[in-house]
Design a protein around this ligand. Structure first.
Ligand SMILES: [Zn+2]
Length: 388
């Protein structure tokens, strides 16, 4: 599984000779008829890349990399239906392979100074992680969700001492028994809330979801402490005693998807609103590129289907949507890019800009599938606001 550190390493990799190979491949299962077509298509891509490499006098190592990649693509390699990404530059002794969940990749072979990370960074943004608590008045179960995998944690099942029938002779002191049960439930929820808080204090970065019966939610909710409240996505209705991990996973994934979609919607509205009143927002490729170059961008919103031709100057780093042979800033030679999105993503990762991918969204399409929230506006001298 790819991590943020992996992505950062890839983004920082630079081959001045232009020998960095990016390879994306989506194998289908051998049973699938389209499988052979896929493999043939990819082999064609590789053959073209080999020809290009020779034409541009790339060294034998680049050819060796491409041939090694060619070996990996074959009918014998279904890769469990998972997509594959390979980043290679044997001139610098660099080779990284990643399996990627989901069905998102068009096959791609690119050879340039930087790796093309747009599809890969989207995987990371789409990651679903949650810490899930199921609770009733006597019991708590904890699950951890990472994408498609859910695991129940065995070390945190808290069942209070069972109240036997001998407790408070039936009818004789029913009020007392009831008060005792409520008290015990309260203690139980406090203990559970403490456990959750400790998990986040230890550095858990997941979202929090709570599954319980509706009437129990009003008892749990007030006990939650500050980190838990920050992490809380919401609660859902479930019977904690009989819920299966599969049911929990379904509920959690639905809630997380809704939550993330809501967060993204808010970010889009904020960026558009801020841009329209000349505040801390930028929309459209031209404006966002300028903001990226002056270091204004806090959060970059990029459409999953964004694509635009452009150029990049590898001498000074300038990116431009006007395709010109020479850099508008330093006058040195530009490199033409089929998709400037890859250069933008690389730049964002290297400079610590938060990257958010937006799937199909009409409003976002209308503004050019790219927008940003800014830390400050260089032209308004509002740098001091960055701290707020
Ligand atoms: Zn330049």
């Amino acid at each position: 599984m790819i991590t943020r550190d992996d992505i950062r390493e890839l983004a920082n990799f630079h081959s001045a000779e232009g020998c960095a190979i990016t390879f994306y491949y989506q194998p289908s299962t051998p049973l699938n008829k389209s499988h052979r077509d896929q493999a043939i298509l990819v082999k064609d891509l590789i053959r073209n890349a080999l020809r290009e490499a020779e034409k541009h006098g790339k060294n034998g190592r680049t050819r060796a990399d491409l041939e090694r990649i060619n070996e990996i693509v074959g009918p014998a390699n279904g890769n469990g239906g998972k997509a594959k990404a390979i980043f290679a530059c044997s001139a610098k002794g660099f080779w990284r392979e990643f399996d990627i969940p989901g069905q998102l990749l068009k096959p791609k072979v690119a050879i340039s100074q930087r790796f093309h990370l747009k599809p890969l960074a989207a995987v990371l943004d789409g990651e679903q992680r949650a810490y899930i608590l199921l609770a009733d008045r006597t019991k708590a179960r904890v699950f951890e969700l990472v994408n498609d995998d859910i695991a129940e944690k065995e070390d945190f099942i808290n069942e209070l001492t069972r109240r036997g029938k001998s407790d408070g002779y039936s009818g004789y002191d029913a009020g007392h028994a009831e008060r005792k049960a409520m008290n015990e439930a309260l203690q139980h929820f406090k203990l559970v809330a403490e456990n959750i808080e400790q998990y986040f204090e230890r550095g858990g970065r997941d979202r929090l979801l709570i599954g319980c019966r509706d009437d129990v939610w009003s008892e749990i909710e007030p006990q939650l402490q500050s980190l838990a409240r920050q992490r809380l996505v919401g609660h859902f209705r479930i019977d904690p005693k009989i819920a299966t991990p599969e049911q929990v996973k379904q509920m959690a994934r639905d809630h997380l998807s809704q939550y993330h979609a809501g967060v993204k919607q808010n970010l889009i509205h904020e960026a558009i609103g801020e841009a329209h009143r000349n505040g801390r927002g930028a929309i459209g490729l031209r404006r966002v590129l300028r903001s990226l170059e002056v270091g204004e961008v806090l959060t970059l919103l990029l459409g999953s289907n964004f694509q635009a031709a452009g150029v990049k100057c590898y001498h000074c780093g300038h990116m431009d949507l006007h395709v010109a042979p020479e850099c508008a800033v330093c006058g040195k030679q530009n490199t033409e890019l089929e998709d400037i999105g890859d250069a933008i993503v690389g730049h964002a990762i290297r400079t610590g800009v938060e990257l958010i991918y937006v799937a199909d969204d009409e409003e976002f399409d209308r503004i050019g599938r790219i927008a940003a929230l800014l830390r400050f506006r260089a032209d308004q001298n509002t740098a001091e606001k960055a701290a707020s």
